[in-house]
Design a protein around this ligand. Structure first.
Ligand SMILES: [Zn+2]
Length: 311
């Protein structure tokens, strides 16, 4: 299994990539594929060491992008993948349109809450996850925000600063000399905070150079095109999203109007990051979810999902 050329990967990461989300038809449980970040309620932190790994050769670079809207109105949660994720000018998003029309009436908080937000999806290898050791040595997809994305870009394609000696690009994905990403996720105003997450000073061999393990990593690497397609396949029609938005805004949200997507717990976990969602005490999250469950048409996977998911 070949991985892609680093120079090409960097070049593609820097330009807007034409999106042709053609993927396989393989169905998989999204919650098992995705790495989730959950800060310990007692310590207020989550330590972990991960490694961003080379994408498959079919993928243009190390990430795919997804736009979404995620906010709350009077305790009612609204989450949809923004149809602009399709990168097709013909496809409009009712939430973006509504925002544009009402932007000036919004408070500053509403503006920041309701605007579309960007997520990146990449392949990672978990070196060490003390809070969840079962994930050690495995490959996951991780959906993360712009803070992390900037940290990656700054090291693989350092910005040129006038008057300063240009920094060299570093291939963090390299199996022999790449760098671990040392995470100490904290909380800031109730949101996950990634300020204390950085690449290791020194490069190191992935899986200590163990060829059998490396082969397993390459074979477990997910197709990002396929992961994107799984997300875009779930995007609801304009009318459905619009109805869901209006019923959320007016507080008249009948259960039957809910797009299925709203209730996929794994999806919500995906977006549990620094700029979109807030962490709550596990007990509260569980309780709120049980209330939400009354409206659900599809049961969630496990108790663990509820535990991680916050409302
Ligand atoms: Zn939108």
């Amino acid at each position: 299994m070949k991985t892609m050329n680093f120079a090409q990967l960097v070049e593609n990461a820097q330009k807007t990539v034409e999106k042709n989300a053609i993927g396989g038809k393989k169905e998989y449980k999204i919650d098992e594929k995705y790495f989730t970040v959950k800060v310990d309620a007692k310590t207020g932190t989550m330590p972990a060491t991960i490694r961003f790994i080379s994408p498959k050769e079919d993928d243009s670079t190390f990430y795919e992008m997804i736009w979404h809207h995620s906010f709350e109105v009077n305790g009612k949660k609204f989450y949809v993948t923004c149809p602009t994720t399709f990168q097709d000018k013909e496809i409009k998003c009712p939430v973006c349109i509504y925002n544009k029309e009402h932007w000036k009436e919004y408070t500053e908080k509403e503006q920041s809450d309701r605007k579309r937000k960007l997520k990146y999806i990449s392949n990672i290898y978990v070196v060490s996850d003390p809070g969840n050791p079962a994930r050690d040595g495995k490959v996951f997809l991780w959906a993360y925000g712009s803070t992390i994305h900037k940290k990656i870009m700054n090291i693989i394609a350092p910005p040129k600063v006038e008057g300063m000696k240009p920094k060299k690009s570093y291939n963090i994905f390299d199996e022999k000399t790449g760098k671990d990403f040392e995470m100490l996720v904290g909380l800031k105003n109730g949101n996950n905070n990634y300020d204390n997450c950085n690449f290791s000073d020194e490069g190191s061999e992935l899986c200590d150079g163990d060829e059998a393990k490396l082969k397993a990593v390459r074979e477990s690497t997910f197709s990002l095109k396929e992961a994107l397609k799984t997300e875009t396949d779930k995007i609801k029609s304009y009318a459905e999203i619009e109805k869901w938005l209006m019923t959320t805004l007016t507080g008249k949200r009948p259960s039957e109007s809910a797009p299925k997507q709203e209730f996929q717990v794994a999806d919500k976990e995906l977006w549990n990051n620094e700029d979109t969602q807030k962490q709550k005490e596990p007990a509260t999250a569980k309780l709120n979810l049980k209330e939400d469950m009354k409206e659900e048409t599809k049961p969630a996977t496990t108790e663990e999902d509820f535990f991680n998911f916050e409302v």
